[in-house]
Design a protein around this ligand. Structure first.
Ligand code: AHR
Length: 509
C-alpha cells in the first residue's frame, strides 16, 4: 500500500543558518550501566580496554563523529563532588548515588578518566557543574584544575595527579534541573544562583568557557523568561560578555505518562502515533522558548542547548528500575530522525542537543550485555550515522507547496512525512522519514539552483516498528543501500516504505 505522491522543493543554492555539529551531541551520566560497564570496565577487565575504557565503545562512537559528551549528569551532577574523583583510586571517597538505584559510587571514573575518554573519542567535553549541593568555590576550583596553566594551588594538584598540561574545556553547565533534582528552586532563586556561580567560572588563558544556565523543562516559558531577565554582564571587564552564553532545555518523548511510560518493544500502532506526536512537540517547544528569548536577545546571541532529549520507556523487565535500561526499536529511530529535522529547522538558535544517554540508559546508541559484554548498536545509532553529514552544514529550507500528508492523532494533525536538507563542501544531504506505520510514500523532491551528480541512498527500516537489535540479531535494523531513489533532471524521486528513514547524499554538480 502506498499513499499518493507528494512534492517538495529544495533551493540548494540558498543557504540557511549553519546546523551546529553540536546538535549531534551526547550525554553520559553516572546512572545504571552507562559509565560503569558501558564506557568504563576497569583495567583488569577481559574486555579490551585502554586505561579501563572500552575500546569497542570508543570505536563505535568515533564512527559517529560525536562532537561533544555531557558528563557527569543529569541529577547526579548536583550531588557530585569532583575532588572525590581525583588522585589514587584506592584513596577515592565512596558515595551513594541517591538518584539512581542508591548504589555505591567508588569514584573510580572521575575527571582524569572522563577527559581521557574525550581524548580517545576526539570529542569536546561538556561538564555539568554542581550548583545544587556544591559551592561556588568548588566549581571555580574545578575549572582552575582543568584549564589553568602556570602555577596555582589547583594546577599543582593536577600536576601531582599526573597531568601536566591543562585541558581545553569550553562547555560548562551551571547545574542541572534546578527546578527539581538540582535543588528544588524556583526560577527567581535559580536565576540569582546562576549569576553568582557564572561570575566565578573564569576563563584562563585562551580557554574561553561557554556557560550554560540550567533551563526549563517542557513548556515552562516562565523559567526561560526569568533566566533571560537575569542574564546580566560579566563585571570588571572591558569586553562586555554575558554571564552565560546559553540556556538549556529538557524534553523527553514519553508515549504514556510518567507513571506508566509504556513498553519499549511491545506497543500498539496507536501508541506509536501518540509517540510521534509527542516527539513533534519538540518543534513547538523550541519555537516557544526561542520566542521568549527573542524579547531579550533579538539577535540570537544566546543559544538554546537541549541537553537532554529522547525516548523514556518503562525499564526492561527484570532490570533495576533505577538504572533506566530500555530496548530501542525502529520507533526510537523515527523519533530520532524527526528530532533532527526539527533541530535543523531551528539552526538559528539551537546550538547544541544531547541525546539521553549514550550507552545502556534511555535512548542509547549502544547496549552492552552485562554477562557476555557483547555490544549492540541500536536503530538510533544508525540514524546518527546516516545523518552525520549534517554536522556544521548549511541548512537548506524544504518547502512543500501542496502540503505534506497528515493523519489525525489524538485530535491533532501529525505530518507523516518529514524532510530536512543541508549542504557542506559541495555535497548535498537530504534526510526523509515516513512516519506512516503501514503505507509507503513517494516523494518528488525538486532540487532548484543546482544539480546533483553521483549519489548514495541509504535506508533504515524493518518488517515491524517493534524490530530491534540484540546480541543474537545484531543487524535486524541496520542501514542498507536503497534502490528506490531515482534522479530525473532536477527531480529526485524517492520511495519511502512504511516506517522508514532514508538519506540521499551526493556531490552537487
Ligand atoms: O537522563 C535521566 C535524568 O533525566 C537526568 O539525570 C535528569 O536530568 C533528567 O530528569
Amino acid at each position: 500500500m502506498s499513499n499518493d505522491a507528494v512534492s517538495a522543493v529544495i533551493n540548494v543554492d540558498i543557504e540557511g543558518p549553519q546546523i551546529s555539529k553540536h546538535v549531534y551531541g551526547h550525554f553520559a551520566e553516572h546512572l545504571g550501566r552507562c559509565i560503569y560497564g558501558g564506557f568504563y570496565v576497569g583495567e583488569d577487565s577481559d574486555i579490551p580496554n585502554v586505561r579501563g575504557i572500552r575500546l569497542d565503545v570508543v570505536e563505535a562512537l568515533r564512527a559517529l563523529d560525536i562532537p561533544n559528551l555531557r558528563w557527569p549528569g543529569g541529577c547526579f551532577a548536583d550531588e557530585y563532588h569532583w575532588m572525590d574523583g581525583i588522585g589514587p583510586k584506592e584513596d577515592r571517597a565512596v558515595m551513594i548515588n541517591t538518584h539512581w538505584g542508591g548504589v555505591e559510587e567508588d569514584n573510580s571514573f572521575g575527571t582524569h578518566e572522563f577527559m581521557d575518554l574525550c581524548e580517545l573519542l576526539e570529542t569536546e567535553p561538556y561538564i555539568a557543574g554542581n550548583v545544587g549541593s556544591g559551592t561556588v568555590r568548588e566549581m571555580s576550583e574545578w575549572i582552575e584544575y582543568l584549564t589553568r596553566e602556570g602555577d596555582s594551588p589547583m594546577v599543582r594538584l593536577r600536576k601531582a595527579n599526573g597531568r601536566e598540561a591543562p585541558w581545553k574545556v569550553k562547555f560548562w553547565g551551571l547545574g542541572n534541573e534546578p527546578w527539581g533534582c538540582g535543588g528544588n528552586m524556583n526560577a527567581e532563586q535559580y536565576a540569582l544562583e546562576a549569576r553568582k556561580f557564572a561570575t566565578y567560572c573564569r576563563d584562563y588563558g585562551d580557554n574561553k568557557l561557554y556557560r550554560i544556565a540550567a533551563g526549563a523543562a517542557d513548556a515552562d516559558y516562565q523559567w526561560t523568561q526569568k533566566l533571560m531577565e537575569q542574564l546580566g554582564h560579566l563585571g570588571c571587564q572591558r569586553v562586555e560578555r554575558k554571564l552565560y552564553q546559553a540556556v538549556s532545555l529538557h524534553y523527553y518523548t514519553i508515549g504514556g505518562t510518567w507513571d506508566k511510560k509504556g513498553d519499549a518493544k511491545e506497543f500498539s500502532t496507536d501508541e506509536y502515533y501518540t509517540t510521534m506526536l509527542k516527539a513533534l512537540h519538540t518543534d513547538e517547544l523550541l519555537t516557544g522558548h526561542s520566542n521568549v528569548m527573542d524579547l531579550y536577545d533579538p539577535t540570537k546571541e544566546i543559544g538554546i542547548v537541549m541537553d537532554e532529549w529522547g525516548t523514556w520507556w518503562d525499564v526492561e523487565p527484570g532490570t533495576n528500575p533505577g538504572f533506566l535500561y530500555q530496548q530501542n526499536t525502529m520507533r526510537d529511530a523515527l523519533v530520532a530522525s524527526l528530532h533532527f529535522d526539527i533541530f535543523h529547522k531551528h539552526a538559528d538558535r539551537l546550538v547544541m542537543a544531547n541525546i539521553a544517554q549514550t550507552v545502556n540508559v534511555l535512548q542509547a546508541m549502544i547496549l552492552t550485555d552485562p554477562d557476555s559484554g557483547a555490544l549492540v548498536l541500536t536503530p538510533t545509532y544508525h540514524v546518527f550515522q546516516m545523518n552525520k553529514g549534517h554536522q556544521d552544514a548549511a541548512s537548506l529550507r524544504v518547502d512543500a507547496p501542496a502540503g505534506l500528508p497528515t493523519r489525525e492523532v489524538d485530535g491533532k494533525e501529525l505530518p507523516t512525512v518529514s524532510v530536512s536538507a543541508s549542504r557542506k563542501d559541495g555535497r548535498l544531504l537530504v534526510s526523509l522519514s515516513n512516519l506512516d506505520a503501514e503505507a509507503g510514500q513517494d516523494v518528488e523532491v525538486d532540487l532548484r539552483g543546482g544539480g546533483l551528480g553521483e549519489f548514495e541512498a541509504l535506508i533504515l527500516t524493518a518488517d515491524s516498528l517493534q524490530a530491534h537489535n540484540t546480541p543474537e540479531a545484531l543487524e535486524a535494523v541496520a542501514p542498507r543501500a536503497h534502490e528506490g531513489v531515482k534522479l530525473e533532471g532536477s527531480k529526485l524521486r524517492v520511495h519511502l516504505p512504511a516506517h522508514s528513514f532514508v538519506t540521499v547524499s551526493g556531490a552537487l554538480a
